[in-house]
Design a binder for this molecule. Structure first.
Ligand SMILES: [Mg+2]
Length: 357
């Protein structure tokens, strides 16, 4: 299926060209105007301490919950806190019937994050493999429901991890979208940040160099964004990571920094995120009418919140946050971990088999 949309023309709030007409490349590739919006506020040299705070809060854990509360919480207390949190974000497994009742007579579209959703979070991001059982579950659900993987990773990398041809893939937080089939087929590729590529590659080289000076730091090339993983960096050195990244980014006002789970991500100053990617894909699939479509997005990361927020605005869909610890989210439901995600996918298949549209 071609990737196309009736989206409105792009609104560019910053009239200064970078080095060629904006959006030219993908306009040439696709019968689509993206609606991509350049942010009016570029990266502003924030205090490193602010970044450090964000780094520390980017991956809430049971330990953090304990520390923040100032109370030495027992395992039982943590379990109680999680149960209380479930009242606000009910399990998508126990609420499955309710979810399906809302989807009755409507088409479902499924959007899945990769890391921490389909695969476990691991110390080495190159080894974040999904299980064969999970792959089979995703393959199965895609037979019944249009399914897209939306990841901060490069599209090639996440495609390699998942290994299924029949899915839509959105890499680089949705800045690199490909439909099922082969790359290069006309109308099959959408890359709203193409013109940033030379700049991103420059920054990538600089970040790779500085990462060599910080034990445990790892830089990942995600094509239209760059990740600096600090999961394996001692916490006392996190400030050094933030400082080094700041020193590089101050030369690139058209790039900005976002936070993921133990990862800093350098991205173009372009209002394009996982939420925009979901909107784009729904339109491409002809599923943008909230009266008869229920989009479901499953993700675990702060960057998935953009998609959760979009689904709230969309009206008919809902987000499912994957988390084993309480945290605020724009999602409606929750799942504890990737194994529960797999159970949810299996339930979707069983439901489709028993009540096909
Ligand atoms: Mg994730």
């Amino acid at each position: 299926m071609d990737i196309k949309s009736n989206h409105s023309a792009p609104i560019l709030t910053d009239p200064t060209p970078i080095n060629k007409p904006r959006l030219g490349l993908y306009d040439a590739l696709l019968p689509y105007s993206s609606g991509a919006v350049f942010l009016t506020v570029p990266w502003k040299n924030p205090a490193v301490n602010n970044w450090l705070d964000a780094m520390k809060s980017s991956s809430p854990t049971h330990q953090k919950l304990t520390k923040d509360s100032g109370i030495d919480m027992s395992a039982n207390d943590v379990a109680v806190a999680y149960c209380n949190w479930l009242v606000k974000y009910p399990s998508a497994l126990t609420s499955f019937e309710h979810i399906m009742n809302n989807a009755k007579g409507k088409r479902i579209a499924l959007f899945l994050d990769y890391d921490g959703t389909l695969s476990p979070i691991v110390d080495n991001p190159d080894l974040a493999f999904m299980s064969d059982a999970m792959r089979a579950a995703v393959k199965n659900v895609a037979k019944y429901i249009p399914t897209a993987i939306i990841s901060g990773r490069s599209r090639d990398k996440v495609h390699e991890f998942v290994g299924l041809q029949e899915l839509y893939y959105a890499g680089s937080h949705g800045m690199d979208i490909m439909g099922p089939g082969k790359e290069g087929e006309e109308g099959n590729l959408f890359q709203p940040a193409s013109e940033f590529l030379p700049m991103i590659n420059e920054v990538l080289k600089s970040l790779v160099e500085i990462a060599k000076e910080i034990k445990g730091a790892k830089v990942e090339n995600n094509k239209f964004c760059v990740s600096v993983h600090y999961r394996n960096v001692e916490e006392k050195n996190w400030q050094t990571v933030a400082q080094y990244v700041e020193n590089i980014l101050k030369h690139y006002p058209r790039l900005r920094l976002t936070h993921g789970r133990k990862v800093l991500e350098v991205r173009p100053v372009l209002k394009w995120d996982k939420g925009k990617a979901v909107e784009f894909l729904l339109e491409s699939l002809g599923l943008s009418n909230c009266d008869d479509v229920v989009p479901i997005y499953v993700g675990d990361d702060r960057t998935d919140e953009d998609a959760f927020k979009f689904l709230r605005e969309f009206g008919g869909g809902f987000g499912i946050l994957v988390s084993c610890a309480p945290k605020e989210s724009s999602a409606f439901y929750s799942l504890r971990d990737p194994s529960e995600v797999m159970e949810f996918l299996k339930l979707l298949v069983m439901n489709k088999k028993s009540s096909p549209l």
